[in-house]
Design a protein around this ligand. Structure first.
Ligand code: GAR
Length: 232
């Protein structure tokens, strides 16, 4: 008889809208998905994502970061009380806009994952889409990575790239990236929760059914790249 799947109890940490959280909730609605979203935790009572989580019947908690002001250790201890209280094994940051201390990151090492709206290591930090446009990159995207103490640092689990089109505004580019975030995060979390991720130095190796192939923009067949053309 096949054993029922033991799903990894996962918390999603949010600070705002929660569209990535919603994508994870939707994936985890499938009983065959290896992670169960057992808690949505926000550092802001007014995070719109909390309402979406409640509507989906998922337990929520709020640990207001403002209350703790500069005492990050106390803030994190309060968060960890919630995580332990809900039997959490894995933590997924989804638009959680507080930098975590080295202590917290170390305690959750390899059980703490983040999504960031750029192709890391390019553009860590804030305003990634505006910075990508200003830098003139042709490919932009998002990254899911294991969290290490540096800001937006840690072994990369998966990335998705999108083209940067001539005349893109920041919001057009952000929307194109966000659509990929919603596809990428559920896949990467599933790999982690099902124990398919192996660390090899700073890199990760993922066992089986990874998307094969490469992405490039402009496409190699694009007229602008043909060597028989006039060139630049
Ligand atoms: C997402 O684009 C996420 O990648 C980004 O915040 C947004 C949250 O949106 N995270 C970071 O910038 C973290 N460095 P959401 O609340 O709709 O998921």
């Amino acid at each position: 008889m096949p054993q029922p799947l033991r799903r990894v109890r996962t918390a999603v940490l949010i600070s705002g809208r929660g569209s990535n959280m919603a994508a994870l909730l939707e994936a985890a609605a499938d009983p065959a998905y290896p992670a169960e979203i057992a808690l949505v935790l926000s550092n802001r009572e007014d995070a719109a994502g909390l309402e979406r989580a409640r509507a989906a019947g998922v337990p929520t908690a709020v640990v207001e970061s403002r209350v703790f002001r500069r005492d990050r250790d106390a803030f994190e201890r309060a968060m960890e009380a919630e995580l332990h209280g809900h039997g959490i094994e894995l933590v997924a940051l989804a638009g959680f806009m507080r930098v975590l201390t080295e202590g917290f990151v170390t305690r959750w090492q390899d059980r703490l994952v983040n999504i960031h709206p750029s192709l890391l290591p390019a553009f860590p930090g804030l305003d990634t889409h505006a910075r990508a446009l200003a830098a003139g990159v042709k490919l932009h995207g998002c990254t899911v990575h294991l969290v290490r103490p540096g800001v937006d640092d840690g072994p990369i689990l998966a990335q998705a790239a999108v083209p940067v089109l001539d005349g893109d505004t920041e919001s057009e580019l952000a929307a194109r990236v966000l659509a990929q975030e919603h596809r990428l995060y559920p896949a990467a979390l599933a790999w982690l929760a099902s124990g398919r991720v192996r660390l090899e130095g700073a890199a990760t190796r993922i066992a089986a059914d990874q998307a094969a192939g490469a992405l490039a923009n402009p496409l190699p067949g694009h007229a602008a790249l043909r060597t028989s053309g006039a060139g630049l």
